[in-house]
Design a protein around this ligand. Structure first.
Ligand code: PHE
Ligand code: ZN
Length: 704
């Protein structure tokens, strides 16, 4: 076996050969499967005939032909991972291979394998090389057809990408189907499914009037449980038209639910999902699981444009499709429920999953610089921090500017395999924007730490914010440069209302921040240097600043806000996220202080002002119920441990339990009332109002 090699982004080279069309033919047998591939090969530079290296793992080569002629010894080499055509003809040619594979012995969940009696594939990232010899890299985009032949009784359903163009019965109990995908795609999006499945059917009519058949395939007994996934799919299709102007492009869209599958996969028009991400029933599925199905169904569907139509040049660019698609599914779920609550959930997830990664030995940038095994790079950093990077473009450009950017991205790159710079350039060019050193977000690992101090000058009626930032060293990156950090900020007056903002003095210039002559209440400060000051003018009284509204950048913010300021924000901030955040900062401080008490064996105490703050939130009927449930939930144990020099799980656990108990006994009356008011014995409905009601009831009940 060749030893695994480290692969570097900087070593990327264009392929010497492109593949134009690929005709695949599968003969699915019980012992072995035969795969025939007919590929039309086009040299990148005409007339240059370098060796053609094809990837292939665990394949048995039966024959290889060029332009119809069987290759002889010396004209090719087969190794454990490659088939090399030593001297292909110059100019275009047809390559035909026949290989044998053993799906029933394949336990790697990659390539073609058997899952509960059905044939199923998984090709991302590098699984296609376990199916046939190919240039298994995403910048090879080809149009393909796929013929599948199998026993009709055992495998009545035969699925692949694109449209079904022919099917029929054969002698000996076999049947066949031929699928044609009119869109060129990288081979990681190839899929094949064969087995005993039934479909739940529906239709969706796109904005231009195309009627799309929607099919969710499951074992027969599970069909009723696919109702919510179907609802989610239709909602996602509509949302992508409304929000991103993206229409579905084929006459059919399939989702297959299989028990043995890692997560879910966006294969062109044939998504494959782990059953847990498709099937739901009110008796056994929680609200969180219903919401997860909505989000994942959306995510995989949204890949049709962000990943499939426009794909990645190489696997270092994974976040190009995943960061963007996570951002899109987050926005979709926001629009289907409560934006603030969704944002709180996503930020909590980032903090508990990605922050520790960014601070540990596995820290890597959103676009890694090298990898040994690509499979290890499906990380919270690539996905979730990547989504934050996309969100920052939107924060900087506003909704309309962001949409202009994505429109240009699709217009420029439909049918191409591109890089994170291409996305950046589309955002910049569509808006004539200056993004300074924004690209560092893709290359520098580590969570930036931003300190901010504030001062009010009553005489000059100015309010200043002084920022300083550092990015901690990470493996391979001992010294960091300052990042471009968008800080969304507003100022609260003493009654708790947002002050109108007029102009800011920054970098020796006075800049107006009004919008079309109208005052604004939130502005985005562009922090780009190690140290930087912003001075708001015309500030009539000492304000309380609300900083990093909506969590506008994936950083750790350390402000000089006092506990009183935080209690004020908890009570009044118009930015729901920061209202929650203020409560969390207070809770974190409280928990850390009590951890110290616990470690000294001193008695634990709960600040009455904290109890009061929680009580006000509980009783504020103007607030969204799901928001209240979030706002009265303490930070998780791992989040507190992440803040400690030396994590002390026993102490953190004891302290969290103590505070919960105290809240429960001191606010018993309020909690019980909430439980009573929010009970319902009506039939399960998946909608925001009902989910919010249940969330609040259950959170209150949990405090009993
Ligand atoms: N591309 C899948 C997604 O939607 C993730 C995945 C990668 C699934 C590799 C299986 C194997 O994020
Ligand atoms: Zn994805």
């Amino acid at each position: 076996m060749d030893a695994p090699k480290e692969i570097f982004l900087k070593d990327y080279k264009l392929p010497d050969y492109y593949f134009d069309t690929v005709d695949l033919s599968f003969f699915l047998g019980e012992e072995k499967t035969t795969v025939s591939a007919k590929i039309s090969v086009v040299p990148r530079v005409d007339g240059v005939a370098s060796p053609l290296v094809l990837d292939g793992v665990d394949l048995k080569l039966i024959s290889v032909k060029i332009n119809g002629n069987e290759l002889k010894e010396g004209e090719f080499q087969v190794g454990p991972r490659h088939l090399i055509l030593t001297s292909p003809p110059s100019g275009n040619f047809i390559l035909e291979t026949v290989t044998e594979i053993l799906p029933h012995k394949n336990t790697s969940l990659e390539g073609l394998y058997k899952s509960s009696g059905n044939f199923c594939t998984q090709c991302e990232a590098e699984g296609f090389r376990k199916i046939t010899f190919y240039q298994d890299r995403p910048d090879i985009m080809a149009k393909d057809t796929c013929r599948i032949e199998a026993n009709k009784l055992l495998y009545p359903v035969l699925l692949s990408n694109g449209n079904l163009i022919e099917q029929g019965d054969l002698e000996g109990g076999n049947h066949f189907a031929i699928w044609e995908d009119p869109f060129k795609k990288p081979c990681y999006l190839f899929a094949l499914v064969a087995g005993q499945l039934e479909s739940r059917d529906d239709t969706f009519t796109t904005c231009s009037g195309r009627k799309v058949a929607l099919k969710i395939w499951t074992p027969p007994q599970d069909l009723p449980k696919a109702e919510h996934a179907m609802y989610s799919l239709k909602a996602a299709m509509k949302w992508d038209e409304d929000v991103f102007g993206r229409e579905y492009d084929l006459d059919i869209f399939n989702i297959v639910s299989v028990p043995d599958f890692l997560g879910a996969m966006e294969n062109k028009s044939l998504n494959i999902f782990n059953s847990a991400l498709v099937l739901a029933s009110p008796e056994t599925t929680t609200d969180a699981d219903y919401a997860a199905i909505l989000g994942v169904t959306g995510h995989e569907y949204f890949h049709n444009w962000t990943g499939n139509r426009v794909t990645c040049r190489d696997w270092f660019q994974l976040s190009l499709k995943e960061g963007l698609t996570v951002f899109r599914d987050q926005e979709f779920s926001s629009d289907m429920g409560s934006r603030t609550v969704k944002r709180i959930g996503d930020v909590s997830r980032l903090r508990t999953r990605q922050f520790p990664q960014d601070a540990g030995p596995m820290a890597h940038s959103v676009r890694p610089h090298s990898y040994i095994k690509m499979d290890n790079f499906y990380t919270a950093t690539v996905y979730e921090k990547g989504a934050e990077v996309v969100r920052m473009y939107k924060t900087l450009l506003g909704s309309q500017g962001f949409r202009k950017g994505t429109d240009l991205y699709f217009e420029r790159h439909d049918g191409q395999a591109v890089t994170c710079e291409d996305f950046f350039a589309a955002m910049r060019d569509a808006n004539h924007a200056d993004f300074a050193n924004f690209l560092l977000w893709y290359s520098q690992a580590g969570t930036p730490i931003v300190k901010v101090t504030s001062s009010y000058n009553a005489e000059a009626r100015t309010f200043s914010l002084k920022f300083s930032q550092t990015v901690p060293p990470t493996p391979g990156q001992p010294v960091k440069e300052p990042m471009f950090i968008p800080v969304a900020a507003g100022l609260l007056d003493s009654s708790g209302k947002d002050m109108p903002l007029s102009s800011i003095y920054h970098d020796g210039k006075l800049e107006s921040v009004t919008c079309c002559g109208q005052p604004v209440y939130t502005t985005v400060l562009r922090v780009t240097k190690g140290e930087e000051e912003f001075t708001f003018s015309d500030v009539p009284e000492k304000p309380i600043p609300s900083l990093l509204r909506g969590y506008s950048a994936p950083i750790r913010l350390q402000s000089d806000l006092t506990d009183d300021d935080l209690f004020f924000l908890l009570a009044h901030d118009s930015d729901g996220f920061n209202r929650w955040e203020a409560g969390q900062i207070l809770a974190r401080k409280l928990m850390l202080s009590q951890v110290v008490n616990f470690q000294k064996s001193s008695p634990l105490v709960l600040d009455p002002q904290f109890v009061h703050g929680i009580k006000c939130i509980l009783l504020d009927s103007s607030l969204d119920k799901e928001f209240i449930a979030k706002a009265i939930t303490l930070p998780g144990e791992s989040e507190i441990m992440d803040l400690m020099e030396v994590a002390d799980p026993d102490a953190v656990h004891a302290v969290r339990k103590f505070i919960r108990k105290q809240l429960a006994s001191q606010l018993k009356h309020e909690f019980l009332n909430l439980v009573k008011e929010n009970r319902s014995s009506e039939k399960y409905v998946f909608d925001h109002t009902n989910m919010a009601r249940r969330a609040l009831k259950n959170t209150a009940l949990g405090k009993k």
